[in-house]
Design a protein around this ligand. Structure first.
Ligand SMILES: [Zn+2]
Ligand SMILES: [Zn+2]
Length: 458
């Protein structure tokens, strides 16, 4: 049946070629980072309105969605396209003021939604399907500009700093049974890659506070925040041999603020850090050890330390989504030829990258194969869309065909996907409760009057 859908969808989607390619060029020329994607939002909203779709906007943040209803009961499949750019000032076509550029190809995802919605709303297609298709333009996948996002969080505008998490909290995924998307990546021949998943990630900010206004030349009575930070880094490095090898654990840090003047002892030092691991339990336990190192380093130098675990990206585990992976594989083989499709869901075939699609995937079945398209090497100054036909049009065709396969025959395969999947959290509410538990803003060391200190890092 699948090759039939691939053929039908491919034939129909060319009708939307100009619409999609113009959108790709427009969003490429207007790169905006997470939660600021108002130009892309407005452009796409207007195009969808013109096509007759009534979009539900996320409200005071970017992004929107709408449903295409077959009129028959059945599962709801969400098809996602991301809106945000990243910062890469080295890219020759970045916005010269902001350094923003779509070097992760999210503009290909969002512009392909136009063709997907066009094809899937054709009466002859809808007649063969059941359930609903939710088209979603989602903001803020790249974890950048954390300072600004924390400000948005503190002002109450958002609760979670990644777009899909915030969409989940706002109820935009309510009623969705399966979510699918693609991600552009570089590659010689156009094709599809379906791997084991991605890492989980904790985004962190740590502030060491030492003595203020102590002359650098007279350190006797001071507590040096930079040395405390340095001690923490050494402790974390010493912990690395305890990290389970098969989880590809990474702890990456920068000193974002390291002191004001060499004539003053550094009184406040800020570290930004990511902890990554393939498994969620390992991610949490490594993160606890890292936080213990911060607390211990602070007390050894007599400084204070505030640990903020800002956001988590859940690991993607595609072996939990075998049926979805099989559908992507079948569609990919039909469109690109078997020799250009790779399917390997082994644990070791995961990416060290992380995505908030993993957060959606902790509650409902999801998949995000990679669409290999010439020039689309992510996050590098060489990124460019050499073939909009593959990066945008085929992008849309693969997702639309997958939705058709899922929802034909009374949603037979969608039901198989749902029954074969084991969620980490049984509901979005349970997921949000866990996220609230993970989030912490904690003073990890208290100095007591009797000269002792109390450390709490968990
Ligand atoms: Zn990216
Ligand atoms: Zn990306």
């Amino acid at each position: 049946m699948n090759h039939k859908w691939s053929e039908i969808v491919l034939k129909k989607i060319y009708e939307y070629q100009t619409l999609m390619f113009e959108a790709e060029r427009y969003i490429w020329a207007h790169p905006e980072t997470g939660f600021k994607e108002w130009e892309a939002h407005s452009y796409l909203k207007e195009k969808f309105n013109h096509m007759g779709f009534d979009v539900t906007e996320a409200g005071d943040i970017t992004g929107f969605f709408f449903d295409i209803d077959t009129g028959k009961s059945g599962p709801t499949v969400a098809i996602l396209g991301e809106l945000d750019a990243l910062i890469l000032p080295e890219h020759p076509e970045c916005n010269p003021e902001t350094g923003a550029v779509h070097a992760c190809g999210h503009h290909c995802q969002s512009s392909s939604l136009l063709g997907i919605a066009g094809v899937l709303s054709k009466p002859d297609v809808l007649a063969k399907l059941c359930g609903k298709i939710r088209i979603m333009a989602v903001p803020a996948e790249e974890l950048i500009g954390l300072g600004e996002r924390v400000q948005m969080k503190n002002s109450g505008k958002i609760k979670y700093i990644s777009g899909k998490s915030e969409f989940m909290r706002r109820g935009h995924f309510d009623g969705v049974d399966i979510a699918i998307m693609l991600h552009s990546t570089g590659g010689e021949a156009p094709g599809l890659g379906i791997i084991g998943g991605t890492s989980g990630l904790v985004a962190k900010r740590i502030v060491f506070e030492g003595s203020k206004n102590v002359a650098g030349a007279r350190p006797l009575n001071g507590n040096n925040a930079l040395y405390a930070a340095q001690t923490a880094m050494s402790a974390i490095n010493a912990l690395r041999e305890t990290f389970p090898h098969e989880h590809n654990v990474r702890v990456q840090s920068i000193i974002a603020e390291g002191g004001e003047s060499v004539q003053l002892m550094p009184s406040e030092v800020v570290i930004e850090s990511n902890v990554r691991a393939y498994g969620y339990d390992v991610l949490k336990s490594v993160n606890d050890k890292v936080n213990r190192a911060y607390a211990g380093a602070a007390v050894s130098l007599g400084t204070k330390v505030t640990i903020e675990d800002i956001e988590i990206y859940m690991p993607e585990n595609n072996s939990n989504n075998k049926e979805l992976a099989d559908i992507a594989y079948e569609v990919g083989c039909d469109m690109f030829g078997k020799e250009n499709v790779r399917l390997n869901l082994d644990w070791g075939r995961r990416s060290p990258g992380a995505t908030d699609m993993g957060n959606v995937g902790s509650v409902i079945p999801t998949i995000q194969p990679h669409l290999m398209s010439p020039g689309c090497d992510n996050h590098v100054p060489e990124f460019r869309v050499e073939s909009p036909e593959y990066a945008v049009l085929y992008h849309g065709a693969v997702l639309a065909a997958m939705a058709c396969v899922l929802l034909e025959n009374g949603g037979e395969r969608a039901k198989k996907v749902i029954s074969g999947y084991t969620p980490i959290f049984s509901s979005i509410k349970e997921y949000c409760d866990e996220m609230d538990k993970i989030y912490r803003l904690k003073k990890a060391v208290e100095y007591n009057d009797d000269g002792s200190a109390t450390l709490t890092w968990i």
